[in-house]
Each structure stands twice: as C-alpha cells, then as structure tokens.
Design a protein around this ligand. Structure first.
Ligand code: ADP
Ligand code: MG
Length: 539
C-alpha cells in the first residue's frame, strides 16, 4: 500500500463549504456585525423587499412595521406589506435559501440585487434565538393565505420546513414576515426611526406605519399617489463589458454572426454601430461568435472602446426627479433654502446610472458643525460606512469654499447645510454584500461631483444674494437713524414742513426695489429665493 503524503491527509479534509455556512461565520459581510445593526438590517431587508414587490406589481406600498421588545436583548420584528404576495412553492426557498431571488439576472433598478437579503436575516435569527421565521402570504382574494415556519439547513443551504398550513387572512394580497432575533434598539443617529424617515424622503409614494419598541406609533404618510415609473429591463451596454463576460456571452449566444450578436445582446447597437465596432477591432462582421478565440474577443473589446456609442437608455432607471427630491427634503428638514438637481445618465462598466443631489441650507441647521450628509442608492438610505463611500469622497473633494462654506482639507464642509446624494443604477456597485457604501468608480465620483457643483452654484447665488440684501438693509437702517436730524436741517434750509420731508425720506429707503429684495428673506416664513428671479436681476 502507498504511504499517505501530507497532500493525501489534506485531501481528506478538503470539501465544499455551503454559502449558508460561509455567512454563518461571516455575518458582518451581510450587515449583522452587532446587535444594533442586526435589528436595523433585518428591517431594512424586509422593507426593501416589500417596496420592490409593490412597485413591480404597480401597487402603492403600505408597509406596517412592528418591533417588539421581548426582553433579554431579543426582539420580534413583524413586517407586513400589501404587495403581490409570493406563490406557495417559492416561499421556502425565498426565506430559507441564501442566493435565491428574482433580481440578480435582471438589469433594471431595484433595491435588492443579490438574492441574499431576507434569507440572511432568517439565518441570523436562527443563529441567535433558534426560532423559525414565520411567513404568511396571499396572492389574491381567491387564493388562501399560506403560512410557513422555516429553518435553514445550513449544510445544504436549503429550507427545513417546520410547519406549513393554510390560514385565514383578511388581506386581499400581501406578505407578512415575523422574525425573532437578538438585537438592540437605540433611537437617534443610525436608528430604525432615522432609516424610515429617510426612506420616506426618497420614496414620497410610500406609506409606512411603524410601531417602535416603546410602543409609539409613527406614521410616514405618502406625499404623492404617483408610483415611480416602472424601470424597464435592459441589455448590457457595450462600454465597460469585461473580457471574461464577453467570452461567456459569445459562447452562449444563439446569434450566427458577430454583427447580429452585437445588435441582439447589447443595448444601443444597431447594424451601423456593429459594423463600426468590427472595423475598429479589425474583425469580420460575419465571424461566428462561438468560434471566436480569446484574442478575437480581446480585439472586440478594443473595437468597442474605439467606437462612439450613444449612452444606454435611461428607462431602466427611475430617478426621483428634481421636483420630488426637493419636495421630500422640504417635508422632513426645516431650512430656508432648498434645491435639487438630476444629472443626465452615465455609464460605469456598461451599467447606466444617474446621480441626483439636493440640499437644504440655513434655518434650523447648525452652522458650526460639519454638514449632514445623507446617502441613498436606488431609493434606500445608506446609514453605515460613510467614510468608505465614493459619495463621501466626492463631497470632500469638492471646493465648498467657492460656495461660501467653511472646509478644512480632507474633511466634509462645515455650515448650516444638509446634503442629499442619490445614485440609481441597474447595478449599484456596493463595497460589500451589506450594501452600505458605494465603490470608488471614477465615473461615479465624477458624476457626484458634477451634481454637487450644480447645487453648489445654486447655493452660492442664494448665499451671495442674502449677503447683498443684508448689506442693503444695514445701509437702510443706518440712514433711517439719521432721518429725523436730516429732516430738521432740510426743513430749516428749504422752508418746507418737516413732516413732509420726513415722509419723503421714509419713502426713499422703502422704495420698491429694496423692499422687494428685503421681502425675500423675512425670517421664519417660506423664504427660499426663487432662483429664476435671482438670475434675472443678477444679470
Ligand atoms: N415581501 C415580498 N413580496 C413579494 N416577493 C418577495 C417579498 N420578499 C421577497 N420576495 C422575493 O424574494 C426574492 C428574494 O429576496 P431577497 O433574499 O431579499 O433578495 P433580493 O431582494 O436581493 O432579490 C426577491 O427577489 C423577490 O422575488
Ligand atoms: Mg431583498
């Protein structure tokens, strides 16, 4: 018999690790690194799913959330939506199998993308309390509601059904999940309350009814009955497609020629553009995709790079829009000036994305502290890892002094301002599966910067104007002080009645122009400058 080598001994221990086992050990990668965050992430995953499902079904979302303190750092989380519900057979894998979902292969904007959100919460709950997840779902008035109690068999990464039955549920359709987990609840910064408030800002069409562990009910009512337009699924854009992906696509396609492959599998490529790509890559349009070598694929990448191709269609992304973003900010932040901007679409690695930014300035915002930065991706607030996020990098690298704010090198600007940056994309490049920070793609950093500059310019017009108005009114005040004396002297010199002179002088300082300008900033009221007005008289 052969003697066993070290490699043989190692071979006995080498085996596959299931995804559930991997995340059992690495829960921090999914946003479950501590009790507070775990509770937050669980709610976030459930709410994200409810909103995605409602929007896909074109239903105005109403989400009811309840967090119950069970004592001993245990909480029961109940999230109920009025969405389309889930087909019976799909309930177990959705909640008790990691990497199972409907959004991964689809190039259209959604909150979830990897199919690992809610099952991760179920896994964490199981680890920390041993309790099964309880799911109720109903897909229409004519269907019975299905109820499940589920565990995850981590070795197999598959559902372990504890209980399965039909139940009565008065709702016409929707899904309700109940999860019991170890957690900790805190109000304030990075809290569930904050997350829901910010969700309400960027989702003005959503109603959220939230009961917190203190049994206080908070209602975030929708501000519009208009659902965001349904994002259309798209094909990848040729720009930024990587060689490995291209080789796989060439192997899988049913197209017979390179030209038809380019036209069929990518967005924004018609026969003309396809011919140009081939010419630029020194390739024949008639090549059979399946026969193309790695070298030929590399030439194709070069050809794509050299060809001017129009930007991808934008109906795959649904930005909030300048008007609604500003409305959302106004609703939740008390300030004196608001503005927002939506940038035209751009592309990183073939994925279209749109950056939007808004700001609130002055009013109740503190002037001494760094500005408050709120980051969002596909309408989801990002509460953690601010320092690691591409958005933060852009904000820091912007020259805020140009817009009348203080800023020390390498830091966020300081001043009475709250900044909102939203990125929507068919695929948001997060730095990790916990979806907290956006990766540093130069294209994204640049777009954020351009958006910030746009709102920065609007802000500087306002700040400048405000300064001028203050100057004017100070001058007027000073003059006003001397009016009685001046009127006395003029009365002596001219022989006119003092009262008449007084009246004339008063009129002079309150002449319509100054008055008009002064009216723009009475403290307290609706006091934003109308930008169009400012521009006109600035010219
Ligand atoms: N409340 C819900 N209503 C309808 N479908 C849901 C709901 N929650 C989850 N789903 C379905 O389950 C899938 C898996 O959800 P999840 O694990 O969070 O992954 P992801 O959201 O990244 O796709 C979703 O893609 C969706 O199809
Ligand atoms: Mg999800």
């Amino acid at each position: 018999m052969e003697t066993k080598t070290v490699a043989h001994h190692l071979a006995e221990k080498q085996r596959e690790i299931s995804i559930s086992q991997f995340f059992e050990r690495n829960r921090h990668l999914l946003g479950f690194d501590n009790k507070k965050k775990a509770l937050m992430t669980t709610i976030k995953e459930a709410v994200d799913n409810s909103l995605d499902a409602c929007e896909e079904a074109r239903i105005l979302p109403e989400v009811i959330i309840e967090v119950i303190d069970m004592g001993n750092d245990r909480f029961r989380v109940v999230v109920e939506d009025n969405g389309p519900g889930i087909v019976k057979k799909q309930i177990p894998p959705i909640f008790a199998r990691l990497l199972y979902g409907s959004k991964f292969f689809k190039l259209a904007q959604s909150r979830g993308q990897q199919g690992i959100g809610i099952s991760a919460a179920v896994l964490y709950a199981q680890l920390t309390t041993g309790k099964p997840a309880k799911i109720t779902s109903k897909i229409g008035p004519k269907y019975p509601a299905q109820y499940y109690e589920l565990h995850i068999d981590t070795e197999k990464n598959s559902p372990d059904i504890q209980k399965e039955e039909e139940v009565e549920w008065s709702k016409e359709h929707g899904t309700k999940i109940e999860i019991e987990l170890e957690g900790s609840y805190q109000a304030g910064f990075q809290s569930i309350d904050q997350y829901l408030k910010q969700t309400a800002i960027v989702n003005p069409h959503v109603t959220i009814i939230y009961t917190n562990p203190k049994a206080e009910q908070l209602i975030f009512a929708r501000a519009t009955d208009q659902l965001p337009p349904r994002p259309v699924e798209i094909k990848p854009h040729p720009y930024g497609v990587e060689i490995g992906v291209l080789i796989r696509m060439l192997g899988n396609t049913e197209c017979r020629t390179l030209q038809s492959f380019l036209c069929e599998e990518f967005s924004r490529v018609g026969p003309g553009t396809a011919k140009e790509i081939c010419a630029n890559g020194s390739l024949l349009t008639s090549l059979k995709p399946g026969d193309m070598s790695r070298e030929a694929a590399e030439k194709l990448v070069e050809g794509i790079k050299k060809t001017k191709i129009i930007a991808p269609p934008t109906d795959c992304i649904s930005p909030i829009g300048e008007e609604l973003l500003e409305k959302g900010i106004r609703k939740e932040v008390n300030a004196e000036f608001y503005c927002a901007t939506t940038r035209p679409p751009e592309v990183y690695r073939g994925n279209p994305f749109i950056v939007e930014a808004g700001l609130a300035y002055g009013g109740s915002l503190s002037a001494e502290e760094p500005v408050q930065l709120f980051r969002f991706a596909n309408r989801v607030p990002l509460l953690y890892q601010q320092g690691a996020c591409a958005v933060t990098k852009s904000v820091i690298s912007n020259a805020w002094k140009n817009y009348g704010l203080q800023q020390s090198k390498g830091a966020l600007p300081a001043g009475p301002m709250a900044l909102f940056v939203h990125i929507s994309s068919v695929w948001v490049p997060f730095t990790s599966e916990s979806k907290e920070a956006i990766a540093h793609y130069p294209e994204i950093i640049k777009e954020v910067k351009l958006a910030l500059q746009e709102i920065g310019r609007k802000l500087s017009i306002y700040v400048h104007k405000k300064f001028r108005i203050r100057e004017l009114s100070e001058r007027a005040n000073l003059f006003e002080k001397y009016i009685p004396e001046v009127a006395d002297s003029l009365a002596v010199l001219s022989g006119e009645k003092k009262e008449k002179i007084l009246e004339g002088l008063q009129k002079m300082i309150s002449k319509p122009k100054i008055q008009e300008e002064l009216q723009i900033v009475p403290p307290g009221e609706e006091q934003q400058l109308k930008l169009s007005e400012v521009r006109e008289d600035e010219e």
